[in-house]
Ligand binder design. Structure first.
Ligand code: G6P
Length: 368
């Protein structure tokens, strides 16, 4: 398939803008209104095997590892299955006890990452059910796994993953619904969940409208040498992903942290030249993250806030406020990450970096 820029300056920008469509494609044919669940035809698990799953391991590298963290929160909350997230590069050389009810998911855009493939093959050798969440049809991992799910995000060319990440998160959200409905999740809760999933494409579309504002913010902070990204709960992985995006393509040092951990180290980095990006939509820990913002402000640190509704406390504390549409907390990371992708893009561009082909990085790391 010939992939073109279609009028965009870079593949990364094009792929950021493709996210509403990619998410729609990830969901196409997978939402079952009648039974208030999701449909996954390729898992190759018998109903008996599906019900006996009592532990899930999610493994991957880079951005895919971040989507695994979102998946952990989703699966534990909605399917009530204990989940562990492992770096594939670590899992492949560890020998953790894995009982027969454990399902291992390898998450990978390319399906060719050597560590993820090796981790999957190794766990399969030990007799465990292995599944792939993968974007490239017929990839090595798709072939090695017992079954899996394709993202249908379309080819991703930019080295920094964007649409594959949000599609992975969306797919994991559907898997949480699927496993939840095989267990305790009620019909009614399943219906509400589906209704909320359907809000995603429009919410992501709307979040793209911050592009011009984000470009201005990027101009302001393009010379910073360190950025902090802070979020909690479902948006802790968003903080990690925002920091990774900036690092990958602009070469600025960035750290992502759970906001409450700030006091155990990262706060020492705060000074007037170090911007902190707070991902603070509404949710369980909303007020607590605002308290963390106060601590940064008290030390003179510039603040960029990604939030939903207007809130005078946030408007007061933050130097820049980016608003994204509000969506239930468990789907918010798929919306909140968009301004962070754009921020990394614009900062990198302003610094003259090669956005689509950053130095030292490869789109898919097929060697160890
Ligand atoms: C490389 C890419 C990252 C990607 C990671 C995992 O490091 O530069 O963008 O997240 O590999 O790739 P995968 O294809 O397994 O998701």
């Amino acid at each position: 398939e010939q992939v073109t820029l279609d009028g965009f300056d870079h593949y990364m920008l094009k792929e950021i803008y493709e996210q509403p469509v990619a998410i729609r494609n990830a969901m196409r044919g997978r939402l079952d209104d009648q039974n208030a669940t999701a449909i996954f035809g390729g898992l190759n698990l018998t109903p008996q095997q599906l019900r006996s799953v009592d532990r899930i391991i999610l493994t991957g590298c880079g951005t895919s590892w971040h989507s695994a963290l979102v998946g952990e929160y989703l699966l534990e909350e909605f399917a009530r299955i204990p989940v562990e997230v492992e770096y594939a590069s670590e899992l492949r050389y560890r020998n953790p006890p894995i009982d027969p009810g454990t399902l291992v998911f390898g998450i990978t855009q390319s399906g060719e990452t050597a560590d993820t493939l090796a981790a999957l093959v190794e766990t399969k050798r030990k007799g465990h059910r292995t599944l792939a969440i993968n974007n490239v049809v017929g990839s090595s991992i798709a072939q090695a796994a017992d079954g899996g799910v394709y993202l249908h995000a379309g080819p991703e060319i930019g080295v920094a993953s964007t649409k594959a990440y949000t599609s992975q998160c969306c797919t994991l959200a559907m898997l949480a619904l699927y496993f939840g409905r095989l267990r305790h999740l009620s019909y009614e809760a399943g219906q509400t969940y589906i209704k909320n999933l359907r809000l995603l494409p429009a919410a992501v579309e709307q979040s793209l409208s911050c592009d011009v504002q984000v470009r201005q913010i990027a101009e302001k902070y393009q010379s910073a040498s360190t950025f902090l990204y802070l979020g909690r709960q479902y948006n802790f992985p968003t903080a990690l992903e925002g920091a990774l995006k900036l690092k990958e393509i602009s070469y600025i040092h960035a750290e992502g942290y759970p906001a409450a951990e700030m006091k155990h180290g990262p706060i020492a980095l705060v000074d007037t030249d170090t911007p902190s990006v707070f991902i603070v939509p509404r949710g369980t820990t909303y007020e607590k993250v605002i308290a963390n913002m106060e601590e940064v402000k008290a030390r003179g640190g510039p603040i960029i806030a990604v939030t939903c509704q207007a809130n005078p406390a946030i408007d007061d504390l933050a130097d820049d406020v980016i608003r994204v549409p509000a969506i239930p907390e468990y789907l918010q990371p798929i919306v909140s990450v968009v301004p962070l992708q754009l921020l990394a893009y614009h900062v990198a561009l302003l610094r003259g970096c090669d956005v689509d082909k950053p130095r030292n990085l490869a789109k898919s790391v097929t060697v160890e």
